[in-house]
Ligand binder design. Structure first.
Ligand SMILES: [Zn+2]
Length: 100
């Protein structure tokens, strides 16, 4: 059983959480100017790295608050859990799939 540490409630069972997809996907600056292809890329295209990946999670059976986590997609290990912007040490590896 996987334990996830909620920033507000502490360690809880994974069944209390829901996955919210890739973290730090910026909303388009001028959404009215996007083509259909650019909209589809924003809405549906997400990275699928092998390794560190920044994700959104929500504690649905607890405080119901959203937070971010960097999780290793190979080992399922949570490397860091945070709210707000990505920690500087994890930004590069987590947001580009570990590639430079
Ligand atoms: Zn919580």
């Amino acid at each position: 059983m996987l334990l996830i540490t909620c920033p507000n409630c502490g360690p809880r069972d994974e069944t209390e959480f829901h996955y919210g997809g890739q973290a730090h996907v910026a909303y388009p600056e001028n959404p009215a100017e996007l083509t259909d292809a650019e909209w589809s890329r924003y809405l549906f295209y997400r990275e699928n790295p092998k390794g560190a990946f920044a994700e959104r999670w929500v504690h649905t059976a607890g405080c119901r608050k959203w937070f971010n986590a960097v999780r290793d997609t190979v080992t399922y290990e949570f490397k860091s859990i945070y709210t707000g912007a990505a920690p500087a040490a994890t930004t590069a590896a987590a947001t580009n799939g570990g590639q430079k």
